[in-house]
Design a protein around this ligand. Structure first.
Ligand code: UDX
Length: 471
């Protein structure tokens, strides 16, 4: 049995909250700190501020019995052996990460240190942040023997964060101190030894056969770079496949066949090769920009990353041109939109390509009827409801009397739509799919004009084409 460790997690955002719940699930005692009093109150009373599978179950199980919530950083830091910093590192004007929250938290932790602590950076931060945290703590008069710093980046995807945490591909522990490395290995021992996967208390769905994740012990700087380089590489994979998709369109080949042919090479791998309207979310755009900035500061132009960003922006513009080519003009047209979130399975709209496309449609004078299973409330805050912008209750209402239907997010439930009903509901049976959810030939057989990304449109049979609205 591994020993429980006393842990403080500073920041109860997406990363902090998932980490706190998962550390408790691994048998540790966790105090989760946030300076937002209303959030702490909500968490204490059983609320869960983010939409994440398994998180309500874990918090329900461990609230006050493994995880506590507080605004009192000083007491939490005093009582913990390991303090994880998981506060936001938003993008600043220059593209660099704004580290002022990390700085403030490090100073406050420093003022509470009276016994040995490991202070671990968990947010995505540029290389050298650990070094700064160490300096800030020393400047506050804490002696070197009383603390070590470390970097333990997370690789969680929104929507599957709990599973990604407990069934990680790898655990990266970056520290230049053996004492800190030993303590952090204790924290992760339930996963790395495999004991967690054999325990009978594991959340259903988390149990069962799972290879224990390897622990990679690295220097702090290497760990910081691993996080930025991983996200930049994945973003590059997406931009790469998007350009290949555009080439497929030019020559009449199918990107799905090409992606499969590339991805079955084990050196490349099949994942993150889905062509579409580009990547969004709270990580990739910010991390690619931050990594590019870091390299610039070090005197290197990482032009490959500038190109990744350029392709991502162009991919949305290209999709919009595709819509234009199908509709000719926009003013006065009614467009149905399926999907607003940056990807399926989340209510997050940060940097969502869908929102850029909706804004462009509105700018060009179209009326939009949009539906998203989870992200409509958040989108309303950015694009208020109006006569021109309507939020509707389901996909069929979005399609109702529309001149075309656009698919902008890869929600699983969109794949299961009743196509005959959609066909009947639309004014014209035109679907422009930015996420390749359907088979072009099947859509043509049903009488749709169906345009997608990187796949040749199938020819409609004449009967299907004229059959619109016939019973
Ligand atoms: C990402 C990383 O995957 C994760 O490791 C990191 O910790 C945080 O950032 P997330 O932002 O939750 O996770 O989303 P992800 O599932 O990676 O998708 C990012 C974007 O890329 C989405 O907009 C998605 O639609 C797009 N995408 C992804 C593609 O366009 N094609 C793909 O093949 C994969």
């Amino acid at each position: 049995m591994s020993k429980p460790v006393s842990i403080a997690v500073v920041g109860s955002g997406y990363v902090g909250l998932v980490a706190a719940a998962c550390f408790a699930e691994m048998g540790h005692r966790v105090v989760c700190v946030d300076n937002d009093e209303s959030k702490v109150k909500m968490l204490r009373e059983g609320g869960v501020p983010i939409h994440e599978d398994y998180l309500p179950e874990l918090l329900g199980r461990y609230r006050n019995q493994g995880v506590e919530f507080t605004t009192d950083l000083s007491t939490a830091a005093k009582e913990a052996q390991v303090i994880f910093i998981a506060v936001g590192t938003p993008q600043s004007q220059t593209g660099s990460a704004d580290l002022s929250y990390v700085d403030a938290v490090a100073s406050e932790i420093a003022r509470s240190i009276d016994s040995y602590k490991v202070i671990v950076e968990k947010s995505t931060v540029p290389v050298y942040t650990n070094e700064w945290v160490r300096r800030v703590i020393e400047r506050n008069g804490v002696s070197k023997e009383l603390f070590d710093v470390a970097s333990n980046p997370e690789f969680l995807r929104e929507g599957t964060a709990v599973i990604d945490f407990l069934h990680a591909d790898r655990i990266v522990l970056g520290t230049d101190s053996e004492k800190a490395a030993a303590l952090l290995q204790e924290v992760y021992a339930p996963l790395s030894s495999g004991s967690y996967y054999r325990s009978s208390t594991a959340v259903p769905g988390m149990r069962g056969e799972s290879d224990p994740p390897p622990v990679l012990l690295t220097s702090t700087k290497a760990a910081e770079l691993i996080k930025h380089a991983s996200n930049a590489f994945l973003a590059m994979k997406i931009s790469f496949i998007n350009v290949v998709a555009n080439i497929c369109e030019a020559v009449g080949a199918d990107i799905e066949e090409v992606a499969k042919g590339i991805g079955t090479d084990t050196r490349i791998g099949p994942r993150f090769l889905s062509a579409g309207i580009g990547y969004g979310g709270s990580c990739f755009p910010k991390d690619v920009a931050a990594f590019r900035y870091v390299s610039e500061q070090l005197g290197m132009e990482f032009e490959l990353l500038s190109e990744v960003e350029k392709i991502n922006t162009e991919q949305k513009a290209r999709f919009f041109r595709k819509v234009r080519s199908a509709l000719w003009t926009f003013r006065g047209k009614r467009i149905g939109v399926l999907g607003l979130a940056f990807k399926g399975g989340t209510d997050d709209i940060r940097e969502s390509p869908a929102l850029d496309i909706v804004k462009q449609l509105l700018h060009e004078g179209s009326t939009v009827s949009a539906f998203d299973p989870a992200a409509m409330d958040r989108t309303r805050e950015v694009i208020p409801e109006s006569a021109q912008m309507r939020y509707v209750g389901d996909a069929y209402a979005a399609a109702n009397e529309a001149d075309a239907l656009l698919i902008l997010t890869d929600w699983q439930e969109f794949r299961e739509l009743d196509l005959a009903r959609l066909h009947y509901t639309l004014r014209y049976p035109i679907i422009i799919d930015g996420r390749n959810l359907f088979e072009p030939s099947a859509m043509a057989e049903r009488g749709f004009t169906y345009l997608s990304v990187g796949r040749p449109p199938a020819q409609q049979t004449r009967d299907a084409a004229v059959g619109h609205r016939l019973p």
